[in-house]
Design a protein around this ligand. Structure first.
Ligand code: ACO
Length: 376
């Protein structure tokens, strides 16, 4: 192997996860992993939750992405109308979604949307999410889809369409806080996917469908379901330590812990912890989850002394969405229902850049010359 090829191989090895590679400039959010600080559209995440609901946050993101009138649009009315439009597509959610996971069903549903339409495509995508997620969750239980109420906000209408009856004010507030908190989060895997697709000018619908596919994996947005499975598998207080130790010894990852960027506690976990406390009143399940969290952190720190692993937001997402009676299978789709605000804003930002994202790879297979040398 030539010196040059060794140098190139070494460079490849240090960036297999693209750590620390800056792939875009953005006005949408900033993740400071050392300080445990998340800024979205100019607000610290905890302040954003207090000051703005999901519709307003989406408008702030779209404005930051270059839509100057976004915050002057009546976003609540626009999204209500977009939900009504999406409901007309719901009967076309084919029977072929049966047998698929709910995230895969949502992927099929989003593919029914056209990039062309009278209403802006970003509004139609954001409006379609709660309609499709609620319809898929009901379909899984053999229940008919419920039509949207355009007068309600996204969080309130989603819970109503899911359950068939209005949610309480506390539940709506908790879901809205969750949705605001996860609207955007730097260059995470699904957002990067959306930007790569947008850079090819494939259009916003394709970018959002691709982003959802990236979100589905358990190392990204697919973690909360397995967090609940883990709590159920542990079952009793006595089993906490032995179960966690056995998983770590097998080389398994504990879901809800660790993060590529945060080296301290994920600030979003605290927002959710507060909301889950309000909803559950610190019930038995929450206390058990806290004991598992503490034991998991001790076990992870003991097994990886040089690595700073902390709780990520998926741990408390799982508990919060469970407290809202959202089925385990619908948790990742509900995440997508909020993150779509960020994805669509990133697509707009990327389309403005106008340059295709096209990194390089390092070939480590044989060259014809190497085969000749091996034969000699
Ligand atoms: N359980 C056990 N070990 C872990 C965990 C975990 N949850 N997280 C990291 N580690 C280990 C890694 O295996 C690695 O060990 P090694 O050096 O022996 O190979 C070491 O800690 C360092 O890992 P990092 O480089 O910090 O992790 P990376 O950036 O590659 O991965 C990730 C981050 C994917 C989130 C990882 O922590 C993980 O798999 N967590 C569990 C899944 C999860 O909770 N995902 C949700 C993330 S939040 C979100 O996407 C919205």
């Amino acid at each position: 192997m030539t010196d040059m090829r060794m140098v190139r191989k070494e460079a490849e090895a240090t960036s297999s996860g693209l750590d620390k590679i800056v792939a875009a400039e953005t006005r949408l959010s900033d993740v400071d992993g050392e300080a445990g600080r998340l800024v979205i559209a100019g607000f610290d995440v905890a302040d954003l939750v207090t000051a703005h609901d999901f519709e307003e946050t989406t408008a702030l993101l779209w404005k930051a992405a270059g839509l100057p009138d976004a915050d002057r649009t009546d976003m609540k009315a626009a999204m209500g109308a977009a939900r009504v439009e999406a409901f007309a597509l719901a009967p076309r959610l084919p029977a072929s979604v049966d047998g698929l996971t709910m995230t895969e069903g949502l992927r099929t549903g989003l593919s029914l949307i056209s990039d062309e339409g009278t209403r802006p495509v970003q509004q139609r995508l954001v409006g379609a999410m709660p309609v499709f997620v609620a319809a898929l969750a009901r379909r899984a239980k053999g229940q008919a889809a419920i039509a949207p109420d355009p007068a309600l906000g996204q969080a309130a209408d989603f819970l109503r369409m899911l359950r068939g009856e209005p949610a309480t004010a506390a539940e709506i507030e908790a879901l809205d806080a969750y949705m605001v908190t996860v609207t955007d989060h730097g260059m995470n895997a699904s957002t990067f996917t959306a930007r790569v697709i947008a850079s090819t000018r494939a259009g916003m619908v394709s970018a959002v469908v691709g982003a959802l596919c990236a979100l589905k994996g358990p190392l990204h947005g697919g973690a909360p379901g397995p967090v609940l499975d883990m709590l159920d598998a542990i079952g009793t207080r006595e089993n906490i330590e032995p179960w966690l130790k056995a998983e770590i010894a097998k080389g398994e990852r504990l879901m809800g812990f660790g993060h590529r960027v945060y080296r301290v506690r994920d600030p979003r976990a605290d927002v959710f912890n507060k909301a889950v406390m309000t909803l559950t009143n610190g019930n038995e399940r929450l206390q058990f989850a806290r004991e598992v969290e503490a034991a998991a952190l001790t076990a992870l720190r003991a097994s990886k002394p040089g690595t700073r692993i902390d709780t990520n937001m998926e741990y408390y997402t799982a508990l919060l969405l469970e407290a809202l009676n959202i089925p385990n299978e619908a948790i990742t789709p509900v995440f997508a229902m909020a993150r779509v605000a960020g994805w669509t804003a990133h697509v707009m930002e990327q389309e403005r850049v106008g340059r295709i994202i096209r990194p390089q790879s390092v070939y480590v297979g044989p060259f014809p010359h190497d085969k000749d040398s091996a034969a000699a």
